[in-house]
Design a protein around this ligand. Structure first.
Ligand code: PMP
Length: 405
């Protein structure tokens, strides 16, 4: 009876708690803007038509079995995933300097990458990683779990509701040489604020000067702009400049495969031999963690990425999702500025990229959205654009208008 007496009760995860509160609310016009998954214009989860097609092909394959995958996953998935993020012209791919492993979606990629760093990275001083302030809350937990201490770097400027570029650059410059920095490849979560290409170029300059390590997290490729190549720009640019790096990749958002847990971790090595050594050690770590990754989602994505017609259809489905979100940004901005004449500047709604938008609402205003309007959002003022649709757009805008007045 004494055994677990000292285990303290942990607080519930804030996003999952928000969803539970939304579900139990009986108010007819309630809106969930905390949701981290795509919803169509009828507020329903969307199974991508290309995923339905690929699933049918799989299920009708008489040779399909349920054997274990190799420890580092399905080879034809890994190679296609690497090409998707690094591009067909990648020098590292051509020189066989990419060690790829299939992971438990993006979270698993972050964990495996963090574990590898903890085991093998030559830290310059204490084991630390620099995380943008703010970042996806799970980043903090993932690095702490493997004994790496998260340190904030300046990223978001509440005054402009945009990037604190000077703060970011000075953090890069004042960190000890060879510090690992986590970078969101595109569609920064939670702010929706990304550096411009010119800013990425300057960021890469400092990475090279200071020999920093770029830990890229790419959870939204294609989902941000509607274009897989455009959203991979920063990752490919860093690879082209030979910044030491790895990339965590998720297919949760861009293929709507949230629960299938499809992801990959890609290390770029200095040469083929070093890359093989990395891959061998990733394999050892993966073996003790999960033995081998799940097959279903990886098979779906391997089919889609390796077949020209399916790949074209996937790109079309990605455009459907991204463009609905971009359209909602434009409409929300229009109603706020042209119809309601809501006080303040709302251009950041248009400028921000991807699933999330930082509205600039403070904690009290965000709480009022939940309590008075039944519009569920996090206390940091973040809204998920995918929760907005043609039916609730006006209600959301009017409620934002009231909250800031
Ligand atoms: N990184 C970031 C920045 C994210 O926003 C997410 C999803 N919320 C992930 C990684 C990982 O998600 P998943 O494990 O579902 O791929």
């Amino acid at each position: 009876a004494e055994t677990w007496q000292s285990v303290p009760l942990a607080p519930p995860d804030s996003i999952f708690k928000l969803t539970a509160a939304y579900k139990s609310d009986t108010f007819p016009q309630k809106v969930n803007l905390g949701v981290g998954a795509y919803r169509d214009d009828s507020n329903k989860p969307w199974v991508l038509p290309v995923v339905k097609k690929a699933t049918n092909i799989l299920l009708n394959d008489p040779a399909l079995d349920h054997e274990y995958l190799p420890i580092t996953g399905l080879p034809e998935f890994n190679s296609a995933a690497a090409k998707l993020i690094l591009g067909k012209d990648s020098v590292a791919l051509r020189e066989q300097r990419v060690a790829s492993s299939q992971t438990i979606s993006g979270t698993g990629a972050n964990h495996l990458g963090a574990l590898f760093l903890s085991r093998f990275y030559t830290f310059n001083g204490p084991k630390q990683i620099y995380l943008s302030n703010p970042t996806w809350a799970n980043h903090h937990a993932i690095f702490k779990n493997v004994g790496i201490e998260p340190v904030d770097y300046a990223y978001f400027d509440p005054k402009t509701v945009g990037l604190d570029f000077d703060g970011f650059i000075s953090a890069l410059k004042s960190a000890p040489e060879r510090s690992p920095f986590l970078l969101h490849a595109c569609a920064h979560n939670p702010t929706g604020v990304d550096p411009t290409e010119e800013q990425w170029e300057k960021i890469a300059d400092v990475f090279l000067q200071k020999k920093h390590f770029a830990f890229f997290d790419c959870a939204y490729q294609g989902f941000a702009s509607g274009d897989l190549d455009r959203d991979a720009w920063a990752v490919r640019y860093f690879e082209g400049r030979n910044v030491p790096m790895l990339v965590c990749q998720s297919f949760a958002k861009n293929a709507g495969l949230y629960g299938e847990r499809v992801g990959a971790l890609h290390f770029i090595g200095v040469d083929k031999a070093a890359t093989e050594r990395i891959k061998s050690q990733v394999s050892v770590l993966q073996r003790s963690e999960i033995s081998n990754p799940p097959s279903h989602g990886a098979r779906i994505m391997a089919l889609i990425m390796n077949d020209e017609a399916l790949f074209e259809q996937w790109k079309e489905d990605i455009r459907t999702m991204a463009h609905r979100i971009i359209d909602m940004r434009k409409k929300l901005h229009h109603v706020l500025t042209q119809e309601l004449h809501t006080p303040g500047n709302w251009d950041h709604i248009l400028r921000q990229i991807g699933m999330f938008s930082f509205t600039g609402l403070n904690a009290a205003q965000s709480a009022a959205m939940v309590e008075k309007a039944h519009i569920y959002m996090t206390g940091n003022g973040r809204i998920s654009m995918t929760g907005i649709n043609s039916k609730n757009l006006h209600y959301v805008a009017e409620s934002l208008d009231k909250a800031v007045k």
